[in-house]
Design a protein around this ligand. Structure first.
Ligand code: GLV
Length: 323
């Protein structure tokens, strides 16, 4: 008998075709609206596999409902939406989509850095508002990218891909990572710094580390106060890494110069969020990996992971529990 899988969002046809050839596929019918929690809690009961997005919280309550779940395939590289410990204890394999989104996410991170430094969004709005009276010397002046110091917190695949982009701009590149990577330092010509030194020395601080409770509000009032007055904070990782209230005050009071944010503690970010009132913040709706090709690659990889586990071979990219 065919195994049954549930997909928490409507996916493109060729992904469904690929999965339907092997499984009985059930799917939430909306493309842009997440599956309601009560629907997920019901659907999970009888399925062997779950393909989900980062909008679904797969916690103990969901896992306890599942009678025969063998695999959870997340269409994202980050998996902080899934309780990995509880899944592993129940013998459920969890997979994610690393690798395929590296370059696309590094592109967006650098785009956000450039847009923030050169006031691209603010400038466009200024022009359209009709306020642009005349060209003047110090109008819409921003910060230089070329030759500036970039501090990367979290040097994984995306961090390394960002280094390549920054090198094209002759940037001086610093990084901080939980474990120091001496070989990578040598290979890429970048420099390790303790967190405090990185924050003090960088013109741009880019957050590219995975979220876990240990890094909740890693960047708060104290950390922001260490940064230069001209510095810009870029977050394309997860919203919870930054204390948004502290960031708001720091930006409002001119303690740092700007921020580029693709991620927020609550998503979608409420439209009355204080950060959205500031002209020196560039905001995006969590689109780091959002190119047509990359999103398709992510969906295919998630499908292949599902096929791997449920047809008895192996998951291509399993998440390994960090002890
Ligand atoms: C997106 O944020 C991802 O983790 O893939």
């Amino acid at each position: 008998m065919k195994k049954t899988i549930y997909i928490t969002r409507k996916l493109p046809g060729d992904i469904i075709d690929k999965l339907s050839s092997q499984f009985h596929v059930k799917m939430w019918h909306e493309e842009n609206v997440p599956v309601p929690r009560e629907v997920l809690l019901k659907e999970i009961e009888e399925v062997d596999g779950l393909i989900c997005l980062l909008t679904e919280k797969i916690d103990v309550e969901v896992l306890n409902q599942a009678k025969q779940l063998q695999v959870i395939s997340n269409i994202a590289v980050g998996y902080n939406n899934i309780d990995i410990q509880a899944s592993t204890e129940r013998g459920i394999v969890v997979t994610n989509t690393p690798g395929v989104l590296t370059e696309t996410t590094a592109d967006l991170t650098f785009a956000l850095l450039m847009a923030s430094a050169r006031r691209v969004v603010e400038g466009s709005e200024y022009l359209r508002s009709g306020e642009w009276g005349a060209w003047s010397l110090m109008q819409m002046t921003g910060q230089d990218i070329y030759g500036a110091t970039l501090g990367i917190i979290g040097l994984g695949r995306i961090g390394e891909a960002l280094v390549k982009r920054a090198q094209g701009f002759d940037m001086n590149i610093l990084y901080h990572n939980r474990t120091r990577k001496r070989e990578t330092e040598e290979k890429l010509g970048i420099h390790y710094r303790e967190m405090k030194d990185l924050l003090q020395q960088s013109d741009f601080v880019c957050l590219l580390l995975p979220y876990s409770p240990e890094v909740h509000h890693l960047i708060g009032k104290e950390e922001l106060s260490l940064m230069k007055k001209e510095a810009i904070l870029i977050n394309t990782a997860r919203g919870g890494i930054v204390d948004e209230e502290a960031l708001y005050h720091s930006l409002k009071n001119g303690e740092i110069w700007g921020a580029g944010l693709d991620v927020f503690e609550q998503e979608p970010v409420p439209t009355d969020h204080p950060l959205l009132t500031l002209p020196n913040v560039v905001t995006l709706p969590h689109i780091g990996s959002a190119s047509v090709k990359t999103r398709m690659k992510m969906a295919h990889l998630a499908a292949d992971n599902m096929l791997g586990v449920l047809t008895g071979s192996e998951a291509l990219t399993p998440v390994i529990l960090n002890k």
